[in-house]
Write a protein that binds this ligand. Structure first.
Ligand SMILES: [Cu+2]
Length: 462
């Protein structure tokens, strides 16, 4: 919308036509009252757009650096298409009514069209689309490649989808990911080296201690390889430190399904792949989504701006229930079953001592709990609340309970990957930089001692 000093708004083409003199008039028809109305209407639209930037009415909260640009782009496209849609429908309905059937109406006549109007409706969308593409490119580049001059240390992880869970591997102290998804072939003479770095033999059915899949007929070798993957090496990790020095310090696990931890305020680089079919790694609150494709490595980058603990501590993540029956009904519903009870210094009634009924702070465990009438714990912050426990809490005089949504971001699979697709959910937990470094980037103590030993030896030699 163009704004000029004199009138507030440049009149639209229709207003100029309406003003009567073949589009030559430049002031809107009508007096100051009409202009005020126009300004009020535009003000209302801009206020809506301003409200829209809060994204709370539609999009989930954004906790990533690149996400704000994505949201603005999303809303820009939304409002442009909304305006076009409303305009198109308005014109369509107007013409439907204006040219409805009437017996006295004359037959329609052929029109050559209007070159100026056609140019306008071709060039205007072209300009808008060109602008959207340039805007998208900026947002996309920030998302896929991160910021060019970013000097912060990158946290690298590998996420591997499988029906219907996610695996995660952390790069460890060296920041480098090892080799994964390297599975044996039926013609291989030797199995890959074992987790201890030694030659590996595998017993499958009647085939004892085979040196490699090639020891068996083809079909049995295929079955043996599947068993080997299930039992020994689900992620196809290369254990031989000579072949894969980067992978030696990786933090990985055989079982899928553990939460994905990322640091706050540092670039996170997620390498994505799949063990079986197409999956899609989607973390709405981080504005991150990319397909996990078998045989390919997709990479997404983001910087989380909030730890999940910070989200948990916000007032809007908590709700206090005075009606405990309502709470009991609520936590039975699937969308609320993960709510956790908050027990802290505000919880009432307080227990007189460790064995008395009421809220008690167990200093040794560093946590609060509610004791029952018999002095035994009813529930603590880590335990799931249920109807029975709520009844027990009522019994010791608890009048209200505060619940919190546990601090994690939802990870969902956004690719229809099979019957259990809807169950393919995971958790992304954002830690502080320090917590992440302590948990995922420090060397095991033994290794550090060995390093220190080598350094000492080197100094001694000098
Ligand atoms: Cu999936």
């Amino acid at each position: 919308m163009l704004v000029t000093k004199e009138y507030g708004l440049v009149p639209s083409r229709s207003e100029r036509i309406c003003s009567g003199v073949n589009g030559t008039a430049t002031r809107p028809a009508g007096g100051p009252a009409k202009r005020r109305r126009v300004r009020a209407a535009v003000g209302a639209v801009l206020a809506m757009a301003g409200e829209a930037s809060a994204v709370s009415w539609w999009l989930p909260p954004n906790h990533s650096e690149h996400g704000a640009g994505m949201d603005s782009l999303f809303l820009l496209i939304f409002w442009i298409t909304m305006a076009v849609m409303v305009g198109t429908f308005a014109v369509m309905i107007y013409f439907l009514v204006k040219y409805r059937y009437r017996p006295e109406t004359k037959k329609a006549h052929y029109s050559q069209g209007n070159i100026k109007v056609e140019m306008a409706w071709t060039i205007t969308p072209a300009i808008i689309l060109a602008f959207i593409s340039l805007y998208s490119k900026g947002v996309w580049d920030h998302y896929r490649h991160g910021k060019k001059d970013d000097t912060r240390k990158v946290a690298r992880l590998l996420v591997v989808g499988q029906t219907f869970q996610w695996n995660v591997v952390y790069a460890g102290a060296d920041g480098k990911l090892g080799r994964y998804l390297a599975y044996p072939k039926p013609t291989d003479k030797k199995w890959p080296k074992g987790a201890d770095g030694k030659d590996f033999t595998f017993t499958f059915g009647k085939y004892e201690d085979t040196a490699g899949p090639a020891d068996m007929p083809h079909d049995d070798a295929v079955a043996a390889i599947n068993a080997y993957i299930d039992q020994e090496n689900p992620l196809g990790k290369v254990f031989d430190p000579k072949e894969d020095p980067d992978g030696a310090d990786d933090n990985w696990e055989k079982q899928p399904g553990r939460p994905i931890y990322v640091p706050k305020g540092r670039p996170v680089e997620v390498h994505l792949s799949s063990k079986d079919v197409l999956h899609s790694f989607f973390v709405p609150d981080l504005r991150v989504k990319l397909d996990a494709v078998p045989g390919l490595r997709g990479i997404v980058r983001f910087v989380a701006t909030t730890t999940t603990k910070e989200i948990e501590d916000r007032p809007e993540s908590r709700r206090t229930f005075a009606n405990l029956d309502e709470l009991a009904a609520l936590i039975k519903t699937p969308e609320h079953e993960k709510l956790q009870i908050v027990i802290d210094e505000k919880s009432e009634p307080k227990a007189a001592d460790a064995k008395a009924p009421g809220a008690w702070h167990d200093k040794r465990a560093g946590e609060w709990r509610y004791n029952g009438k018999d002095g035994k714990p009813i529930v603590n912050g880590r335990m799931q609340l249920n109807g029975q426990r709520i009844e027990a809490l009522k019994g010791i005089g608890v009048k209200s309970i505060t619940m919190v949504r546990p601090g994690f971001l939802d990870l969902v699979c956004a690719e229809l990957c099979g019957q259990g697709h809807y169950t393919m959910q995971g958790q992304v937990i954002v830690l502080s930089d320090q917590e992440y470094a302590e948990q995922f980037e420090t060397k095991p103590e033994a290794e550090e001692e060995a390093d220190a030993g080598r350094e000492k030896a080197a100094v001694a030699r000098q």
